[in-house]
Structures are given as structure tokens and as C-alpha cells.
Design a protein around this ligand. Structure first.
Ligand SMILES: Nc1ncnc2c1ncn2[C@@H]1O[C@H](COP(=O)(O)OP(=O)(O)OP(=O)(O)O)[C@@H](O)[C@H]1O
Ligand SMILES: [Mg+2]
Length: 258
């Protein structure tokens, strides 16, 4: 079973500290949700986990299946089975969805078995069609350039398609619900649930309790000012929905004494 352990993580962007000692443990088969006000560092956590160069880790450690991944590049982390669905996916004109996924899948397979010859085109097409049907995506998508001209909802579906293809061990989904219409929200959530049925560990970042009606987390964490300040079960998300963040601010805002 996979395990992601984040200890005392401090991350700065251009010299400004955004994450200020974040702790989180997530295991395969578990679903965790992170909620928190805008600008508290949720996406920063996701990027830092993936090894984005703008996000400088100044302290702490991230252990994935016993290995400290902080020294690894993003591609190596991905090959190990860490997956990030971005809040704002980037377009890659010139690279089709199918080519991108096949290349990424083969890299993942070779990481698990250096002798792997790669998936055959026929086998890959069959698998891709199955996954696209699961997410109710038009098969024509496979031939389009990745995220190029995709609508907001299409980008999110394409991300989940990546996840379904790559079968990561731990997936971090940053606001996968934003921009999805009501049907798409359900379809994408069902896709995530189908994938998280087994050993997959999922960390969903969301602003809305609504998503958590579909993707049911066992653990909910509240992030504030670069730290996780409260952890609990799904009831925590319901409390936020009802009360907002004022009680969190009151409890955790650093009081500046004039
Ligand atoms: N590349 C960057 N350059 C400068 N500042 C950045 C950069 N990325 C993030 N920040 C700053 O870091 C802080 C945390 O941003 P982050 O995107 O992690 O917040 P968030 O919790 O994901 O917010 P939201 O709920 O709005 O998505 C913000 O003040 C943001 O402006
Ligand atoms: Mg964000």
C-alpha cells in the first residue's frame, strides 16, 4: 500500500514563505479533502509535491513509499506513481491526447519494469476507448491537441482521463470541480470513485462541500495561512458550508499587536 508523508513542509515563492510547516499523511485507499480560503497555499502544496521549480522547499520532507521525493524531478515523481491534476491545465499544441497519454503510460510502465516493451497501439486504443466511455467523452478527443481550445469542463475530464490511463498510486486533484456543469461533476466524480475503489490514495482540493457529496472523503483538512489547522471527518466540510471561515480566522489568524 502506498504512503505519502509530508512533514513540516515549508515552501517559498520568490522569497515569500507560503507553506509554513504543513503536515499530512495519506495512504493508498484513503480519500482526503483539503479546503481553505483563497490564497492559503493549497495549489502551492500541489505544485510543490509535483516538484515545480518555482516552488522552493526550504524545510521539511516529503516521503513517498519510503523515498524522499524532494530531490527528484517532476517526471521521476510521476513515474513513481504520483499524479497531479492541475487547477489550470496547460495546453500542449502539436501533441495529441492519445500520443501524450501513450508516451506517459509507457514511461510509467518502464519505471515499474525496465524490460517493458510498451503497450501496443491496438491495446492502447482499446484501453483509451474504455476509459473515455467511463468518463462519457467523445472518442474524437483522443485526436485533439492536449487542452488546446478545450473548454473548462473538457480540460478537467482530460485530466481524469490521464489519471485513469496512468493509474497512479497517489493522486492530487486541485479544484477538479471548478468549471464543471452539474452532469460533468457527477461523471468526473464517478470516474474518480471508480479509480479510487482499490489502492489509490486521493487528495482533493476543493472549495465546495458539493463535490464531497460525490467523492466521499474519510478525512477533511482545513488549510489556513500555509498550514493545516483542523482535521476531521466529513462533518468538518459541512461546518464550513454552514459557518464559513470566520471561526477559523478568529482561532488561527496571527494577531498583529500595534
Ligand atoms: N508563481 C507565483 N508567483 C507569485 N506568487 C504566487 C505564485 N503562486 C502562488 N503565489 C501566491 O501564493 C499564495 C498562495 O497561492 P495558492 O495558489 O497556493 O493559493 P490557493 O490556496 O490554491 O488559493 P485558491 O483557493 O484561490 O486556489 C497566494 O498569495 C499567491 O498569490
Ligand atoms: Mg488553488
Amino acid at each position: 500500500m502506498s504512503e505519502l508523508i509530508i512533514r513540516n513542509l515549508h515552501v517559498s515563492i520568490e522569497g515569500k514563505e507560503i507553506l509554513k510547516g504543513l503536515n499530512l499523511e495519506l495512504r493508498g485507499g484513503e480519500t482526503h479533502a483539503i479546503m481553505g480560503p483563497n490564497g492559503t497555499g493549497k495549489s502551492t502544496l500541489a505544485y510543490a509535491l509535483m516538484g515545480h521549480p518555482t516552488y522552493e522547499v526550504t524545510e521539511g520532507e516529503v516521503i513517498f513509499d519510503g523515498e524522499n521525493i524532494l530531490e527528484m524531478g517532476a517526471d521521476e515523481r510521476s513515474r513513481l506513481g504520483l499524479f497531479l491534476a492541475f487547477q489550470y491545465p496547460v495546453a500542449i499544441p502539436g501533441v495529441t491526447v492519445a500520443n501524450f497519454l501513450r508516451t506517459a503510460l509507457n514511461a510509467r510502465r518502464r519505471a515499474d519494469n525496465p524490460d517493458d516493451k510498451g503497450i501496443s497501439i491496438l491495446e492502447f486504443r482499446k484501453m483509451l476507448k474504455e476509459k473515455m466511455d467511463l468518463l462519457k467523452m467523445d472518442h474524437a478527443f483522443a485526436g485533439r491537441y492536449l487542452n488546446d481550445g478545450f473548454s473548462g469542463g473538457e480540460k478537467k475530464r482530460a485530466e481524469i482521463l490521464q489519471m485513469a490511463t496512468l493509474k497512479p498510486k497517489i493522486a492530487v486533484l486541485d479544484e477538479t470541480d471548478s468549471g464543471l456543469d452539474i452532469d460533468a461533476l457527477r461523471i468526473v466524480s464517478e470516474g474518480v470513485n471508480t479509480l479510487s475503489d482499490g489502492d489509490l490514495g486521493v487528495l482533493v482540493i476543493t472549495h465546495y462541500q458539493r463535490l464531497l457529496n460525490y467523492i466521499k472523503p474519510q478525512y477533511v483538512h482545513i488549510m489556513f495561512d500555509g498550514r493545516i489547522v483542523e482535521s476531521g471527518g466529513p462533518e468538518l466540510a459541512l461546518r464550513l458550508e454552514a459557518d464559513g471561515y470566520d471561526w477559523i480566522r478568529e482561532k488561527y489568524e496571527e494577531k498583529v499587536v500595534a
